[in-house]
Design a protein around this ligand. Structure first.
Ligand SMILES: [Zn+2]
Length: 399
C-alpha cells in the first residue's frame, strides 16, 4: 500500500523531459517512503493509506529558494527609511550602514540567538511554500566567526525538516581588515575554505565580486581554492558593476551567477556555454532601484534562470518567494513558466541538487498544494499566501 496519494489535482511536474511546466491535468501523485513513486492520470492512481482530494487545485514541487542570507542578527529598518528618502546603497554604506552594520549584532549574538532568529525566518519561508533553502554565511567575516555561522546552520538543519543548503560567502572586507586586505583574502583561501571542506560545513563557496566588495583577482584566488577543496562555486556578480567575473565562473563550472544586473554579451555567452544558472533577485533589484538584468538576452542565449529571495537585512528583508515571482513576472518580464521553473527545477540546479524541484518518479516527496488552480495565480495574486498545504518527504508540515 502506498503511503500518500494526492488526487484530483493539476500536477505541475517540472519534468525536464517534458516541455514547459509538465502539467498533468486531472492528475494524481503518489509518495512512498518520502519519495515520489508515481505521477499520472487521476483514474489510474494507486490506493494509499492516506488519500487527499485536491479538489482540482494546483499541486507543485516544494519551492526552492537558492539565494538567502538568513543567518544574521539586528535590523536595518533605518536604512530602509534612508533609501526611501533617496540615499543610494553606496552612500548608506559610507555612512556606516550596509553589510558592516550587521556585523556587530551578528558577532554579539549567541549561537542559540542566531539559530532562533534564523528558525523564525525559515518558518515564514515554509509558510510560503519553500521546502529547500540555501543559506549563506557572511555576516561575521572572521575565520572563526564564519565557521560558527556555518555550524549554527548545521545545527538548525538537524532540527528542521526543510532542506537547508549551506554556502560559505566571502561577503566583504570587514572594516578592521581594510589595511590588511591581502592577508584577509589569504586567510579565506588558505584557512577558512580548507576547514569548511574538512568539516563539510558548506557545499559551495560564493564571492561577492563587485564594486566595494572583492576584486576579480581576489575572487579568482578564493574560488580556485574552493574548487581545489572539492566545493562547488558561485558568485554575486554585476549587481552594481560588471567586473568581468562571468568567464571565471564559466571556467570553474560555477553553479550560479547571481544578480547580473550588469553583464555584457560575452559574459552571457560564457554562462550559456557552461550551463551556469543566472539567479534573478528582483526584490533587491527593486529596493535598490537598480536597472533590470538583461532577461531577454539571457533567454535568447539559453541561460537557465532561477528566481530567489536574497533574504537579507539590508536590500531584501523578505522570506516569501511568491512576492519574488510577482516581481520577476512584472518588473523583470519573465514569463510565468520561466518564473515557476526559477523557483523549482532551475533553483535546484543552482544548488547542484538533482530531482529536487520536480515531481517525477524518484524525486523527493516535497509538495505544495495551492489554493488556486492556475500557475499564474501565485504571482498574479501577490501578497496573498495561496499555500494550502506543504509536504516534505511526504510528511505534511504544520505551518
Ligand atoms: Zn545575496
Amino acid at each position: 500500500m502506498t503511503d500518500l496519494v494526492i488526487h484530483n489535482a493539476r500536477v505541475m511536474t517540472c519534468d525536464p523531459s517534458r516541455s514547459g511546466l509538465g502539467i498533468v491535468d486531472r492528475g494524481a501523485i503518489a509518495i512512498d517512503a518520502g519519495v515520489v513513486s508515481w505521477v499520472g492520470p487521476n483514474d489510474q492512481r494507486p490506493h494509499a493509506d492516506r488519500e487527499i482530494d485536491a479538489r482540482g487545485r494546483l499541486v507543485t514541487p516544494g519551492l526552492v529558494d537558492c539565494h538567502t542570507h538568513a543567518i544574521f542578527a539586528g535590523d536595518r529598518a533605518n536604512e530602509f527609511g534612508m533609501r526611501a528618502e533617496g540615499r543610494t546603497y553606496l552612500e548608506i554604506a559610507k555612512a556606516g550602514g550596509g553589510i558592516n552594520a550587521t556585523l556587530g549584532p551578528t558577532r554579539a549574538a549567541s549561537d542559540d540567538e542566531l539559530i532562533a532568529l534564523m528558525n523564525a525566518r525559515l518558518d515564514l519561508a515554509l509558510a510560503g511554500g519553500t521546502t529547500t533553502i540555501e543559506i549563506k554565511s557572511g555576516y561575521d567575516l572572521t575565520v572563526d566567526g564564519e565557521l560558527r555561522l556555518l555550524r549554527c546552520i548545521q545545527r538548525a538543519s538537524a532540527m528542521r525538516n526543510q532542506r537547508l543548503v549551506p554556502t560559505l560567502l566571502a561577503h566583504l572586507i570587514p572594516p578592521e581588515r581594510r589595511d590588511s586586505r591581502d592577508a584577509f583574502v589569504a586567510e579565506i583561501h588558505e584557512q577558512l575554505i580548507p576547514k569548511v571542506a574538512a568539516e563539510r560545513l558548506a557545499t559551495s563557496v560564493d564571492v561577492y565580486c563587485d564594486e566595494g566588495a572583492f576584486t576579480l583577482a581576489e575572487t579568482t584566488a578564493i574560488l580556485r581554492a574552493a574548487k581545489a577543496a572539492g566545493l562547488a562555486v558561485r558568485g554575486h556578480v554585476g549587481q552594481f558593476k560588471d567586473l568581468g567575473a562571468a568567464p571565471l565562473l564559466a571556467e570553474l563550472g560555477a553553479l550560479s551567477a547571481d544578480h547580473v544586473e550588469q553583464i555584457d554579451d560575452a559574459g552571457i555567452a560564457h554562462l550559456a556555454k557552461a550551463g551556469t544558472v543566472a539567479v534573478m533577485l528582483p526584490g533587491a533589484c527593486v529596493q535598490l532601484r537598480l536597472p533590470v538584468p538583461p532577461v531577454g538576452k539571457l533567454r535568447a542565449a539559453g541561460v537557465p534562470m532561477a528566481v530567489a529571495s536574497d533574504m537579507n537585512p539590508g536590500s531584501s528583508n523578505c522570506e516569501t518567494l511568491g512576492v519574488q515571482m510577482w516581481l520577476a513576472t512584472t518588473h523583470f518580464a519573465m514569463t510565468v513558466e520561466e518564473t515557476w521553473l526559477g523557483v523549482t527545477r532551475h533553483a535546484a540546479r543552482a544548488l547542484g541538487l538533482s530531482g529536487v524541484g520536480t515531481l517525477v518518479k524518484g524525486a523527493p516527496g516535497d509538495v505544495v498544494v495551492w489554493n488556486c488552480d492556475e500557475p499564474a495565480h501565485v504571482p498574479y495574486r501577490y501578497g496573498t499566501n495561496l499555500v494550502g498545504a506543504v509536504f516534505i518527504a511526504g510528511v505534511e508540515q504544520s505551518r
